[in-house]
Design a protein. Sequence first.
Length: 294
Amino acid sequence: MIVTAVPRLTQIVREVWKPLTLLFIWDVIVTVTYYVLPFKAPELPLTLFGSALALFLGFRSNSAYQRWWEGRSLWGLMINASRNLARAARNFLPDPDGRDMKRTIVLRQIAYVNALRCQLRKQKADDEVLRFLSKGEADFALSRTNIANGIVDGTGRRIDLARANGWIDTIQQASIERVLIDIANAQGGMERLKNTPLPNQYRFFPMVFTHLFCILLPIGLVETLGFATPLGSTVAGLMFLAVLAIGDDLVDPFANTVHDLPLSAMCRTIEIDLLQSIGEEAPEPMTPENGVLW
C-alpha cells in the first residue's frame, strides 16, 4: 500500500504508458491526415460521451474501492480477534499447568494469520508460518487444502483439551469459541472477496468504452485544437485511462502489489501484540520501503 501523502504520477504513467503511447500515435495520425488529406471532422457529441463514461467509470471505481475497504475492515476485525484470543488464553489458562497450552495457542494464531496472508496472495506457506508451528502441527496443517482453516481447527481442539483437563470451564470455552467464530467469519469474508471478482460487465465494458472514447477524441478535437490535438487528446485520454487503471488496482485488495492492503505489516502487528501479551520478545514493526508498506 502506498503511504506517501503525495500521489506518484510516475506510478500512474507506468501503468498506462502502453495504451497512452498508442493513443498519442493515433492522435498524430489523425492530425497529419487532417492537414494532408483535409476532411470534415464529424460533430461528435464528445461532451455527452465523456460525461456518460465518467459516470460509468466513477461507479466502477466506487465499487472497487468498497471491496478494498471491506478487505481492510475484515483485517481490522482479524487483528482485534487475535488480540482477544491471546488475552483469553492468558487470563483463562492458569500457570503452571496451562503455560505451554497458552503459548501454543498464541503461536498458532500468529502462524494462522501468516498462512491466511499467503493464501490470499496465492503464495506457498512461508517461513513465517512454519516457524511458529511444531513439526507435527505443521504437517497436519499443510496436509489441509485450506491451511489457515486447519490451523484454526487445531486451536479449537486444544481449547477443548484444556476444558477436558479442567483448566477452563465450559463458560470460558464458549467465550473463546466466540472469538474463534469471529476469526472464521473474517476469513470467510476475505475468501469471498478474493474468489468473487467484479462481474464481467464491470470489467469488460468500461475498458471497451474508454478505449473507444479515446479513439474518437482526436477526430472530434482536430478542427478545434489543430496541431495541438495530439497533446490535448493524450492528456484527456490519460485522465480516463488513469481512472480505469484505479478500478483495476483496487478490485483485488489482497494481491501483492503496491496498491493492495499491507498484509505483511498487519501480520507483523499481530505478531508483536501477541508475543508481548505473553511476555516474549517481539520484532520491530514493519516500515515503508520507498513509500510502500507491504
